[in-house]
Design a binder for this molecule. Sequence first.
Ligand code: NAD
Ligand code: MG
Length: 396
Amino acid sequence: MPQQVCVLGSTGSIGTNTLDVMARHPDRYRVFALSAMSRVDELLAQCLAHQPRYAVLPDAALAARLRDGLRAAGVRTEVLEGPEALSQVAAHEDVDAVMAAIVGAAGLAPAMAAARAGKRLLLANKEAIVLGGALFMRAVEQGGATLLPIDSEHSAIFQCLPEDRDTWHQRIDHIVLTASGGPFRQRDPATLADVTPEQACAHPNWVMGRKISVDSATMMNKALEVIEARWLFNLRPEQVKVVIHPQSIVHSMVVCRDHSVLAQLGTPDMRVPIAYGLSFPERIESGASMLNLLTTPNLSFEEADAHRFPGLHLSWQALRAAEGSTAVLNAANEEAVAAFLERRLRFDQICRVNRETLETVAPEAGEVDSVEGLLTLDARARRHAQDLISSRSATV
Ligand code: NAD
Ligand code: MG
């Protein structure tokens, strides 16, 4: 029987890559549900191609447009509306696997629902684990879910480790996440104030959604990945290290207790981690091109410069602060990136908003024990960041 897969955030970069891999294996995977935020025409085209049982949109007006299109095409997909519907389809008893590919904190609730329902959970949505932290990992354990990292670095680490998670702790000395350095690796840091959203979104090695592209340019993406790795692999903050590797061929490394170093290599193509998430512990064809070492540019590694990338170090700062501080950092960053994309904040001010918010908004007792508490903390941090953004000339 093919596995029934929910693809949450199906119109995004990870979502479309997931559908691409699944379409290569119609005998193994069926699309159970799709979801989008606003792009109804793209979601309609996906429904026509994959004929899912459900499609989810945020409100009634968008849902009505999709229903009209489906009716005209004679497709029987049922359209659900509102954020709760995402959790409903993610936890549906007929679902085997959930691809969590919504961007931002909005993806936490459906990812938690999939975790609690014991699904195979393919986690691309790093903000969900940065926000959810220990609570998220407890939901995975208590629900009996299989958590599979989709972020390429974390998939690399996962691929370097044995299937038996109980042995991970014993064998890992530390891990090294590689970072491309983004589009401004060699740009004079003094000129970063002038960066436009278009320049920030032009990543040298990967084509991705706008939010993660800006995060890659500020290195906040790597900061979020440090926090993500801490939770996925149950590491101490100092066991997660970062090195710049501009070619994005070595996707990350595990340094073992005996100092043997295990690395995973490949062309930069998200279909590899997606295919592994879908097929683990087996391997399936992904559509990615083969790595040719003879034509690959020389692999190089550089230290991550704290002056050039001040945002990176906020990850360790947040991990060492009170539990919940990583949620504060994530919320500030989501607000700062949105403001930058709307040209309300300068590129070089993103990190300052993040640091200020992290150092000012303190998690309160009990806030980290429930999704509701975390979302209250998230909202508080967002308000603080918004105040900083609107009064940036005075305070930032
Ligand atoms: P994207 O912007 O291309 O797509 C985001 C998807 O989420 C879209 O389908 C959108 O409709 C949906 N969405 C956005 N806001 C929503 C909301 N409030 N409620 C419901 N749905 C919403 O983003 P992406 O690049 O595909 O990234 C998705 C996630 O995967 C992010 O967390 C990102 O950090 C992570 N990730 C992406 C890549 C990549 O190569 N693109 C790599 C690693 C990790
Ligand atoms: Mg990554």
